[in-house]
Design a protein around this ligand. Structure first.
Ligand code: 1HN
Length: 348
């Protein structure tokens, strides 16, 4: 039998010899490659809206939306430096569009959501149809659909962008194109899609009025619709001890999550309510819509204020507490994980 010291030095010598042949021993990394439970390199982090906003407004003095193509500050997870990721699978950024500006039309295979934090009256145009945006509206730009943004209002607009950039990068499946003009020609009046597809109705399949892609027709989920739904629920439903009153945004095409990789939710925690501990495999980005409260992540307490952004990595235990009525928006890669049979949660 080889002596342990001997074995180690002989193995090391073997590794060194095989390295130029691009071969490495599995037995040295097996436990890391197949962990007993998720051990995310991402860390819990909160971005203060006021602080991020100041930097974004300063960037607004230095570079135009058109020159930047998209004037965005990336919310990069401190554990994922250089990766432009908020969790390993997802990207988040804060985008500013000033009065009169245009962010030019392009399309890409990555899918995106926008969650408005400030301003009123700017728009995202999707395949030439404008969604006129207001605070806390959710707007989607599904993969490979032309989109541009404009701000005809007299105030800055800021929203959170959530994209599946790292997931698409992981699959090496990224394509992008610029539209030959700054904006896509208008194809329908604002609100057309919401009226046709957003009321539990849709144009008869294949009819002349059926103008949106069958798999992803709806792209605007106004605050004016989702917020009263949460209130109605809070008035009547039994509260879930781990979630509070929670609603998921749906894709009306299939009743599933809003996009193939990304799921989005809103929830309401009444003043004084504390959730029980819960962990899930979908690292989640939260945005505070209203109210104050706190998150306790693996025992570490983080104060939450309106419009702050909080990221909670995969499998970290989360409890949420509401000081006043606390309304949260969140998105995660749960949509992708469920398709891959990976999603799990554990409730205390
Ligand atoms: C993008 O298309 C937008 O359309 C925002 O507003 C952020 C980050 C990376 C790649 C594409 C937008 C983006 C992006």
């Amino acid at each position: 039998m080889t002596q342990p010291n001997d074995q180690r030095s002989q193995l090391e010598a073997l590794y060194a010899e095989m390295a130029p042949a691009n071969l490495t021993p599995l037995w040295e990394s097996l436990a890391q490659l197949v962990p007993k439970r998720p051990q995310s390199p991402a860390v819990v982090h909160r971005w203060s809206y006021d602080q991020a906003r100041d930097y974004l407004i300063r960037a607004g003095d230095l570079i135009s939306a058109e020159q930047a193509e998209r004037r965005v500050l990336i919310l990069e997870n401190p554990g994922l430096q250089g990766l432009s990721s908020i969790v390993p699978s997802l990207y988040a950024g804060l985008q500013l569009i000033l009065p009169g500006e245009i962010a030019p039309a392009h399309r890409h295979t990555q899918c995106a959501l926008r969650f408005v934090l400030e301003g009123e009256g700017a728009f995202t145009a999707l395949d030439g149809e404008k969604a006129i945006m207001g605070p806390f509206d959710l707007v989607l730009t599904p993969g490979w659909q032309w989109h541009d943004h404009g701000n005809p209002s007299d105030r800055p607009m800021i929203w959170l962008d959530g994209l599946d950039i790292p997931t698409v990068r992981h699959f090496d499946a990224g394509f992008a194109e610029s539209f030959p003009e700054k904006t896509h020609p208008e194809t329908a009046p604002p609100g057309d899609t919401l009226a046709r597809y957003g009321r539990n109705l849709r144009p008869v399949r294949g009819s002349a009025a059926d103008r949106r892609p069958a798999h992803q027709p709806l792209f605007h989920y106004p605050y004016a619709d989702w917020r009263p739904a949460l209130d109605a629920m809070a008035g009547a439903a039994t509260i879930d001890p781990h979630l509070g009153h929670a609603l998921e945004f749906l894709n009306p095409a299939d009743g599933g999550p809003v996009m193939p990789t990304i799921a989005a939710q809103v929830r309401l925690l009444p003043a004084g309510f504390e959730t029980r501990a819960r962990r899930s495999t979908d690292g989640t980005v939260f945005v505070v819509v209203e109210g104050k409260g706190r998150a306790v992540v693996e025992g570490r307490e983080i104060a939450l204020e309106p419009r702050d952004v909080l990221v909670v990595p995969s499998w970290q235990e989360l409890r949420l507490g509401a000081a006043d009525d606390l309304v949260l928006f969140s998105y995660s890669d749960r949509a992708a994980q469920e398709k891959l049979n990976l999603y799990r949660e554990e409730c205390a």
